[in-house]
Each structure stands twice: as C-alpha cells, then as structure tokens.
Design a protein. Structure first.
Length: 255
C-alpha cells in the first residue's frame, strides 16, 4: 500500500535558543510543523500546530508563563492547520485521525480546527494533561486539551492502520508520554521525531533543552532514534530551522 507523507509549516515561533538547547545563544526562529499522512484506509495528521488565538492574545490563550516565552509574529492568518489543508485542497473535516506527539500548545492547538478526527495519544500523556499538578509542571494549556474529539489512548507502540506503515513509537522524556511517528513511504522509512529531538544537534551532541520532564528518558529516546537512523530511517527533526529549509512543502510529498 502506498502511503503519502506531506509536510506543512504552520507558522514560526521566535524563541530563546539557550532554553531549547544546552549551549544555544541568542534567539532562534522555529518552524512549527504538521504532517499529513494519506493511507488507502484514511488520512491522519501528526500534530496540528497552534490555535489562531495565539496570533492576537497568546497570554490570554496560554497564560503568562508560556505566552511570554515566545515571539508569535511569525504566525500569520494563513498559517493555521485548517488554512494549510485548504490551500492544498484537503478538507479538514475529512481527516480521520490526529496523532498528537504530545500536548504542548504548538502541537495540539489546531486540533479544534479538525473537527471529525479521532485523537491518538499516549495514555500516560493524556493522563498527565488532566492532572493539574503535572500539567502545570510540564506547561500544558488546559484550553488545548479537550475539543470534544473521540480519544484513543494507546500504550507504547501503536500500528495505526494495522499494516506496519504508520506506527506510533514512544519517545518519552520531553513530556510524560511523548510519541514519535514512523512512516513507511515508497522512498523508505521516515521517523517524525516531534519534540523528542528539536534539532539535529540535539541528537548528534546530546544537547537537551533546559527544561525536560525526564532527562534520563529523553536520552534513552535519543538512543532509540539513533538506532532507527542507523537502520536506514530518515529522521525529521522537530523544530530545526536549518533542516526545514530543505523540506518540500505540501502539496509535494516531503519524503
């Protein structure tokens, strides 16, 4: 079965490089990705970017702590996931699944713009999002956690279509239940790392963000990603601006 994988950059965020990678200096412009997977048995999104309110009132949407950490000027009117899908003639109402890597605002904020999908998320991540103490510690925004979708809570690896072509793989550490996604395309295996690996240097030099939920688990997740890469998989780094300069955008398949 042929699986198509499309990349969509859903705006950008300006951030403090030192918060996102040990030893980083200055500011950095972060692409915010969403991926469309088209399988003969359905369509899925891996992450959905930010909520449109982040353009005009990020503090009101996300709270003081998170809303003031980033510069949202790179998030324009056509950058939300709904607009990006419509620009390539895909109906947001005909997406079957949203696979959320984790529950941070720049990965789940567009869930509400994709109304008929089933959310696929690691059980431990969903539970963490609904535990007030953990959610506050990790920086989840309550406004982004429940738009009324059906939710499928998975534990560990999960084969989305049952044929080995689209597999959720646990890469815990960044958050309690972060998951990456392994996609088998006609050109080979691709692993969407999400925030388990922000940058190429995160993997090569093991430079983690300043704040992570579980440092030891995140390092183990990087080890697993490295093994997948050595096995021939192409790794797609979550927010690496240099890497993303060369990623074809939808409607051209990315890999």
């Amino acid at each position: 079965m042929t699986v198509k994988l499309y990349a969509m950059t859903c705006g950008r965020l300006g951030g403090d490089f030192g918060r996102l990678m040990e030893g980083g200096e200055g500011t950095i412009d972060l692409p915010i990705p969403s991926f469309l997977i088209e399988h003969p048995r359905g369509r899925a999104l891996y992450d959905t970017g930010m909520h449109p309110q982040c353009r005009t009132d990020p503090v009101g949407r996300l709270g003081e702590r998170v809303g003031r950490l980033f510069d949202f000027k790179g998030y324009g009117p056509q950058d939300d996931v709904k607009s990006r899908l419509e620009s390539i003639d895909r109906d947001p109402g005909r997406i079957d699944f949203i696979i959320n890597s984790h529950l941070h605002f720049d990965h789940v904020g567009g869930n509400g713009l994709v109304p008929n999908a089933t959310i696929v998320v690691q059980k431990r991540e969903w539970q963490a999002g609904h535990d007030p103490e953990t959610a506050a510690k990790v920086g989840f925004s309550r406004a982004d956690l429940d738009y009324g979708h059906p939710v499928k809570q998975v534990e560990g690896e999960h084969d989305l279509f049952g044929d080995g072509s689209v597999i959720c793989i646990p890469t815990y550490g960044h958050t309690p239940g972060h998951q990456s996604l392994k996609v088998r395309t006609e050109n080979g295996e691709v692993v969407l790392t999400g925030d388990s690996c922000y940058f190429c240097r995160t993997l090569r030099e093991r430079r983690l963000p300043r704040f992570v939920y579980d440092r030891e688990q995140m390092l183990k997740s990087l080890d697993r990603l490295e093994e997948l890469e050595k096995g021939g998989a192409t790794l797609v780094f979550g927010h690496d601006p240099d890497f993303w300069k060369n990623v074809p955008q939808a409607p051209v398949p990315a890999f």
